[in-house]
Design a protein around this ligand. Structure first.
Ligand SMILES: Cc1cc2nc3c(=O)[nH]c(=O)nc-3n(C[C@H](O)[C@H](O)[C@H](O)COP(=O)(O)OP(=O)(O)OC[C@H]3O[C@@H](n4cnc5c(N)ncnc54)[C@H](O)[C@@H]3O)c2cc1C
Length: 393
């Protein structure tokens, strides 16, 4: 038995707890230096977490999106950048698991991901299009058994550290901008020329630099389903749910810090309620709202997975959009409130109650596919779709 298999023993929560401990140890340094969270990602590999979503017959654990969301939240409580790397990898994997099962090449690729713990990155954002996921300028060219693609990919998180990139493009040079495909390129099949440096307010460790991507691969590496189906049936839902789980993790750790601050104040002055106690009670209720929103969204997704009609319905798309909007907007007032509870020791870096990193990381949530774009999409659907108001789910 090799070392990595030995380390990977134990339940999923034990495995992720070991990764989270390593991620937490390096979180501040990763943030300050804006460097890739190498130690945490190595630990994910050692604990064999990168393949957990892959079906067991292909070498994975067949973990559900709900289990993966819990891991994203636990990692988010330790280091948001590490958690986001993990979430983005799992989002890409969901496209393979849900839409690549009937393709020999993609089944083999999933086996390799599980066996070698390969890290997947995503390139959807494009110069001239921005975060408009459902349109591409670049087009893939198929020449016999080969395909070629060049893309001005303005944001690819951990692009320089990934083992493969899943990248959107038009289906061919004559295709309309919304007629897209998703292709998996392996590291030795592409070059990346850096065009933008990721020097940002938060999520600094995701190292989401911009690159000119040039790749050549086998044509069979293009996923066999149109991207419109992949986006609607798995990618948008898993993105909104797993991102939200990471953001919930950030807010959870902020509240935990505020709670220890209030407890310490209560110990110092027994019998006198600490000034932040009421604010803590208030923020605990807000955190529960975020949690309920994500838990309900996960339930909707797990139930819809068995029914392609539900997955493609407006009700499902509106529900998933709403999860993203609410969680990305609510974590900011929560963390702000924890800052008011902790005061200057929350504002200062390097204290047990520091919240600057949390606040800065949380600010990425509303931009990570602009909430304005998502609201515009939902508003169009609400012109014809009746909001689901039943408490029966
Ligand atoms: C931490 C992080 C990691 C990321 N990682 C990746 C990655 O790995 N791969 C990847 O491809 N991308 C990644 N992205 C990019 C991300 O998913 C979005 O595509 C990108 O942030 C959008 O950039 P933008 O705000 O310039 O563009 P746009 O979406 O074009 O928005 C620009 C502005 O225009 C407004 N706007 C645009 N269109 C509309 C509309 N229809 N209705 C209303 N308002 C509109 C928006 O409000 C916004 O203010 C990452 C982003 C973050 C923050």
């Amino acid at each position: 038995m090799n070392i990595s298999v030995t380390i990977a023993e134990g339940g999923l929560s034990a495995r992720v707890a070991r990764v989270a401990a390593i991620a937490a140890r390096h979180a501040d340094e990763v943030d300050v230096d804006g460097r890739f969270p190498r130690e945490a990602v190595d630990a994910m590999r050692a604990e064999r977490l990168l393949g957990i979503q892959i079906p067991s017959e292909l070498g994975g654990d067949g973990a559900s999106v709900t289990e993966i969301a819990e891991l994203c939240s636990l990692l988010g409580q330790a280091c948001a950048a590490s958690a986001m790397v993990f979430a983005m990898h799992q989002i890409k994997l969901s496209s393979l698991v849900e839409h690549g099962a009937d393709s020999g090449w993609h089944r083999g690729f999933m086996q390799r991901i599980a066996q070698h713990q390969l890290l997947l990155a995503s390139a959807t954002t494009e110069g001239g299009i921005g975060g408009n996921l459902r349109n591409s300028i670049c087009a893939i060219e198929v020449d016999g058994t080969t395909c070629r693609l060049e893309k001005d990919a303005t944001v690819i998180s951990y692009g320089a550290h990934a083992d493969a990139i899943l990248i959107t493009s038009r289906a061919n040079p004559q295709a309309a901008s919304s007629d897209q495909v998703l292709t998996a390129f392996l590291k030795d099949q592409y070059t990346l020329d850096k065009t933008h440096a990721w020097n940002t307010l938060g999520m600094r460790g995701t190292c989401s630099d911009g690159f000119l991507f040039k790749g050549e691969a086998l044509a069979e590496q293009i996923l066999p389903k149109p991207f419109v189906e992949i986006a609607a049936q798995s990618m948008l839902a898993t993105s909104h749910l797993l991102w939200s789980a990471v953001w919930y993790g950030i807010a959870t750790d902020a509240v935990a810090r505020a709670q220890s601050f209030v407890r310490a104040a209560a110990r110092k002055a027994p019998g006198v309620p600490p000034p932040g106690a009421l604010r803590l009670a208030e923020v605990s209720s807000l955190l529960q709202v975020v949690k309920s929103n994500i838990v309900a969204g996960l339930k909707v997704y797990e139930e819809a997975k068995a029914d392609p009609d539900k997955l493609s319905s407006m009700a499902f798309a509106v529900a998933m959009n709403n999860v993203k909007i609410a969680s990305s907007e609510m974590i900011l007032p929560i963390i702000n409130q924890t800052m008011l509870i902790c005061g200057i020791v929350g504002y200062k870096n390097g204290t047990p109650y520091s919240l600057g990193r949390h606040l800065r990381d949380a600010h990425s949530a509303q931009l990570m596919i602009s909430n304005d774009r998502i609201l515009a999409n939902t508003s169009t659907m609400l012109l014809v779709h009746k909001q689901d108001t039943s408490l029966l789910g």
